[in-house]
Write a protein that binds this ligand. Structure first.
Ligand code: URA
Ligand code: SF4
Length: 205
């Protein structure tokens, strides 16, 4: 992960390096059982070099805490590591250029659950794992199993927390979906110290 970090800090593979202040590699436990994957850094993330630290981040924190976890129990990152100007959507080319980083992060963390946040992250991850993609409004909160030679994990697509910042209905949808995430998490052993995956000890930036 340290290698990825230094590569991202020096990366100029797409145009976004020109306008970024700080790339956002991701943060959390290297032994996290759940990985949250957003789209790309926004204004505050670009300033601080940390994922989900603005308004959407506050919502994400609340949601994580609503299921009895803390940010340091999970790993949080984005598909694209540098902020697109004016928070525009990342282009397919930017996603393609940046994707080796997220792919390597997934291999290092080996999460048992990947929660995608929003439609761009969802479509990238669904494509990566060959899952049948559909509109996020139809698939959010559903559980998709990926089982092949390299991966055995669940993908749970979620709405992007930014949509819940000023919308209480979306917030309740997210709260409900997080209950599903929690159920799966608990089924896998939760934070039980004795389960093979109490993985809270390593908290890295
Ligand atoms: N939105 C994202 O998709 N990622 C962040 O890190 C912050 C906001
Ligand atoms: Fe490199 Fe990704 Fe940043 Fe583009 S967005 S410069 S590919 S780290």
């Amino acid at each position: 992960m340290e290698n990825i970090k230094s590569e991202v800090l020096n990366c100029r593979k797409c145009e976004l390096w020109k306008t970024r202040k700080n790339p956002v590699v991701g943060e959390g436990s290297l032994k996290a059982r759940i990985m949250f994957i957003g789209e790309a850094p926004g204004f505050n993330e670009d300033l601080q070099g940390r994922p989900f630290v603005g308004k959407a981040g506050k919502v994400l924190n609340e949601l994580i805490e609503s299921i009895g976890l803390r940010r340091e129990d999970v790993y949080i990152t984005n598909v694209v590591k540098c902020r697109p100007p004016e928070n525009r959507d990342p282009t397919p080319e930017e996603i393609e250029k940046c994707s080796p980083y997220i792919n390597r992060q997934i291999k290092i963390i080996r999460p048992e659950i990947i929660c995608t946040l929003g439609k761009h992250s969802t479509s990238y991850i669904f494509k990566k794992f060959g899952l049948p993609h559909d509109n996020i409004s139809r698939i959010h909160g559903k559980i998709y199993r990926v089982k092949n030679l390299f991966y055995d994990l669940l993908v749970i697509p979620l709405y992007h927390p930014a949509v819940a910042v000023y919308n209480a209905d979306m917030k309740s949808e997210l709260v409900e979906d997080f209950k599903i995430v929690k159920e799966e998490y608990m089924r896998l052993g939760g934070l039980d110290e004795n389960s093979n995956t109490n993985r809270r000890e390593k908290w890295i930036r």
